[in-house]
Design a protein. Sequence first.
Length: 227
Amino acid sequence: MTGTVAGVWEALGTVMDPELDEPITDCGFVESYTVSDDGVASVVLQLPTFFCAPNFAFLMVADAYDAVMQVDGVRHAVVTLQENQTADAINKGVAAQAGFVKAFEGEATAELDELRTEFLSKAATAGQDRVAQPLVDDGAHPDELAVMTLGEVPPSVDLDRLRDRRRQLGLPHGDDAPLLMHPDGSRVTTEQVPLHLRRARLRRVGIETNGHICREIMKTKMAVGAP
């Protein structure tokens, strides 16, 4: 059972906060996780504020359920969100595998695939800044960056992350894929490089700032709740 518990934690590490593009385990959103002797995994999630958007929250709870159900030794998963304005509707909807529209019947009009794609696209744009900035610091010029491929970039965690975000979006992510790319998959031209990188930097700073704020809020909540 110890291996199964470890597997649950590993699975939760694959679940991303869609807005922050970080694992919920790194964000401190996993309040607790256990596995009973008969294979029932119980996971409790807690987000930074009571008013966290229901669509973001639903994605994380639903993704956590799906991830945990794939763990060897887990027969059933119970994933619940606490201290959120829409926790009851989210918990019931995920438990019933009803989908976002059914969980918020009369309020939601569409599932969350488009929202997920939107945030993946933002993460992919921000990822280009993470990968390109060291090259710029080393003196790479716009004409070089415009023709550079992913296979020509030094290996790094940020490069792997960029490839993965593009893969999820169905965009080119192999060694011959352009380093700099518009959201529609087209290559960035030499003339477009400076503005493209400025936009990518702004996107990255926005995501990282939000992540920092959320982590600080979670630290405060845990400190207040500590005996």
